[in-house]
Write a protein that binds this ligand. Structure first.
Ligand code: NAI
Ligand code: MG
Length: 394
């Protein structure tokens, strides 16, 4: 029997392409695991009215470790239209299976490392004063609170009367009190002290373990005084146990500007759900974009690793496939770290680094080519060729 069992959830579109590639790499590096397939995504919404079937939830509860590709999701009306006619008007409402999975298992710590690889033609470059350019090495790790904030799902258009009444007790609601219900939309930003403490503790522990000198809280406490304010307050408390690490604070808007000015100055970054989503995409853009952006969703019991990209339907059916498997493979390396197989994780990352540094095998995104079948005749590597090259360098 294998030492680990991993729940493999390819999902939709290119999720089905990249996940098997990551498993090939895990096998090649000698990870002693077996994989059980689990259903997730659009197909199961259409056929069963549930993109995250209960059997998948049970597999995750049993095995605790998941690798996830990507899913397709569509707006409310479109989702309802595509539902199997036999299931229509029975109260099924589409809800993102990933957001659902995060909430179901309280996968509240999302880690998104954004590290540049030497020689990646997609790395951010910056002009120098003398008109030349330089390529600052980026090594930022974003800790995104994954279950609360504006993604908590507490929202209304035309809020119920009791909610309106409650809002009217706030003096700042005065301006809105005459807005008709159907013209009033609310999304509630919910932070809890417990979740703030968990994300901040995880971030400081990570900074300490990996030798980062700073943890930056990236919020907006001057405006969002209660929610961002709570994150900052808890940060100061948590920091007391990590005196060797500096605590910095930036506003999300200013951070987006400084990002391209001095990205090399940042180490570990902590943010709430939406700001974490934004700042992690922005940092990912400096190190190669969606083909390189990996992540882990970590709870007390269950952990699921996934690339940040979606199902890229445009490229899902291409044969041979052209999408970059590196984001998925880096996510698999995070899984290795998580279970304590750090030496194997390092070998995987070093192999990716070697392929990129050599520069002979590059997927279409790395060549800045438009995606499509003609990318291959213009010299781009296929998905499989990229994985093969990585395996050859292990
Ligand atoms: P997307 O991430 O699927 O693709 C956007 C573009 O990024 C692609 O057209 C392609 O040019 C590029 N790209 C993405 N992954 C790549 C890779 N591995 N290698 C090279 N290039 C890559 O985002 P989009 O098009 O906005 O959404 C498509 C579907 O995916 C939607 O249904 C959306 O809801 C869903 N989605 C799912 C996510 C998830 O499963 N975690 C995250 C984001 C979107
Ligand atoms: Mg995002």
């Amino acid at each position: 029997m294998a030492k680990y069992t991993v729940v493999a959830m390819p999902g939709d579109g290119i999720g089905k392409v990249v996940l098997p590639e990551a498993i090939r790499v895990l096998d090649a590096v000698g990870f002693d695991a077996e994989y059980v397939h689990a259903d997730i995504g659009w197909e199961f919404w259409v056929k069963e009215g549930n993109p995250l079937p209960e059997r998948t939830v049970e597999l995750l509860a049993e095995h605790k470790l998941g690798l996830f590709g990507a899913i397709t999701s569509k707006p409310k009306a479109e989702a309802a239209k595509e539902l199997d006619p036999a299931l229509r008007d029975k109260g099924y409402v589409y809800f993102s299976p990933i957001v659902g999975m995060r909430q179901r298992f309280n996968l509240d710590v999302c880690i998104r490392p954004c590290r540049s690889f030497k020689g990646n033609p997609l790395n951010f470059i910056r002009r120098t004063a003398d008109g030349g350019f330089e390529e600052p090495p980026v090594d930022a790790v974003i800790f995104r609170q994954n279950t609360e904030g504006l993604y908590a799902g507490v929202e209304w258009t035309d809020p119920p009367e009791v909610v309106r009444k409650a809002l009217e007790t706030h003096p700042k609601f005065e301006r809105f009190k005459d807005v008709p219900g159907e013209d009033l939309a609310l999304s509630v930003r919910i932070f809890t002290r417990r979740a703030c403490r968990r994300i901040l503790t995880a971030a400081f522990q990570y900074a300490k373990k990996h030798g980062y000198r700073s943890v930056t809280v990236c919020e907006k406490p001057n405006v969002l005084r209660e929610t961002s304010g709570m994150m900052e307050e808890v940060a100061r408390e948590v920091r007391k146990d990590f005196p060797e690490i500096e605590l910095w604070s930036t506003n999300i808007d200013a951070q987006m500007m400084w990002l391209t000015k001095n990205p090399e100055d940042y180490g570990v970054i902590v943010a709430g759900n939406l700001f974490g989503d934004i700042v992690s995409d922005a940092f990912a853009g400096l190190v190669g974009g969606l083909g390189f952006a990996c992540s882990g969703n970590i709870g007390d019991e269950v952990a699921v690793f996934e690339p940040t990209h979606g199902s890229a339907p445009k490229y899902a059916e291409l044969d041979p496939p052209i999408v970059n498997p590196i984001a998925m493979i880096l996510s698999a390396a995070m899984l290795l770290d998580h279970v304590g197989e750090e030496e194997k994780a390092k070998r995987v990352r070093d192999a990716i680094g070697a392929v990129i540094a050599e520069g002979k095998v590059r997927t279409y995104d790395m060549m800045k080519l438009p995606g499509g079948p003609e990318a291959i005749s213009r010299g781009a590597a296929t998905t499989t060729q990229m994985t093969d090259a990585i395996i050859a360098n292990l």
